[in-house]
Design a protein around this ligand. Structure first.
Ligand code: DP6
Length: 329
């Protein structure tokens, strides 16, 4: 790869799933079994720098200034290996990634992380991939990352076994709808069970997993229509159902996976209380205890204040629809 830039950095935002992805139809190619829809979030950013270096004998991966664990490094190296195969070279890389929010706390840092890594590493390797191919590359590492390649409102369809090219696509740009997502952090610390493990356990052992597979596309369709129509009440109701249904699969798996903490329910009460007082505010939780509340921009200050006053909420962020991945060589 002489004569070409062998270094690049990229910046990607996390996303919130409005229609949830939970479960794979192909574990090896990491293909989701249900369609998901997300909003990319402007505040939760990962920045990743990759340099392919002829002097390195092994890949060197640093996350937030520390050496990556063996498990974390293995996922990064699997992505680098896919890129090396495509670029047809063997150089090892120095990867350094910074999250501007807590990692592995159910705040979807793997989405922004693998989206930034796919963009930075493929550019550093001299590949010029389309957004669609970048999305498929990111998806192979973490399916939610496929959505973070695009800004605004994004759809990742369900796929079948062997669907190695499955990619996300943008439904609408960030300016389409001035929504806010208020992230309320409850307890800190890494999540109890990683999403991949949680999904596989749900698939193998939850008696409700089959129902989830048949119902999830219905909520995704309703959410897609609601985005088009800018209909927050319809979107919010379907998002809450999608959320509770996937958590139902996790809770009823063996052994059971409870991602919630007592503070999660307290924060949910706050959101339901706001709704009783006429505010269109809707809650969702991912594979962690934090509560994320979707509302109109005009209600954001009120929703944030209510969550800030909720016992057990340690911090809140107000985020809005954000951009897709950006690369700097
Ligand atoms: C609950 O994308 O982290 O946040 O593909 O195994 O890496 P892998 O899973 P991941 O799962 C995200 C699950 C979720 C819902 C969602 O973001 O759609």
């Amino acid at each position: 790869m002489s004569g070409r830039a062998n270094e690049a950095s990229a910046r990607a935002c996390a996303n919130i799933a409005l229609a949830k992805y939970w479960g794979k139809s192909d574990l090896r190619h990491n293909v989701p079994a249900v369609p998901s829809i997300s909003m990319t979030l402007d505040q939760l950013v990962t920045e990743t720098r990759v340099r392919f270096d002829p002097l390195l004998e092994v890949d060197n991966v640093r996350l937030d200034g520390r050496r990556a664990s063996t498990e974390e490094a293995a996922r990064v190296i699997a992505m680098l290996d896919r890129i090396r195969r495509e670029a047809r070279f063997r150089l090892r890389a120095r990867v350094s990634s910074h999250n501007h929010f807590p990692t592995a706390a159910g705040l979807a840092s793997s989405a922004s992380g693998f989206a930034a890594l796919a963009a930075a590493a493929s550019t550093a390797a001299g590949l010029r991939l389309s957004s669609r191919r970048l999305s498929a590359l990111a998806r192979a590492s973490s399916a939610s990352a496929a959505r973070s390649i695009f800004g605004g409102f994004v759809e990742l369809p369900a796929g079948e076994r062997g669907d190695a090219d499955l990619a996300a696509r943008q439904l609408a740009p960030p300016a389409h709808w001035d929504l806010r997502l208020i992230v309320a952090q409850t307890v800190s610390g890494p999540k109890k069970v990683g999403s991949t493990e949680g999904m596989e356990r749900s698939r193998k052992t939850s008696p409700y997993y089959g129902t989830w597979l048949t119902q999830a596309p219905k909520w995704a369709r309703a959410i897609k229509r609601a985005i088009k129509d800018r209909d927050l009440d319809t979107l919010g109701a379907a998002m809450e159902q999608s959320t509770l249904a996937f958590h139902c699969c996790a809770i009823t798996a063996t052994p059971s996976i409870f991602y919630w903490a007592p503070q999660t329910l307290t924060a949910l009460e706050t959101v339901y209380g706001l709704r009783e007082r006429g505010v269109s505010a809707w809650a969702t939780m991912d594979a962690g205890p934090h509560v994320k509340t979707l509302c109109d921009a005009s209600d954001a200050a009120r929703v944030k204040q209510a969550l800030d006053r909720t016992a057990g909420v340690t911090r809140t962020w107000v985020t809005k629809p954000g951009p897709g991945v950006e690369v700097h060589s």
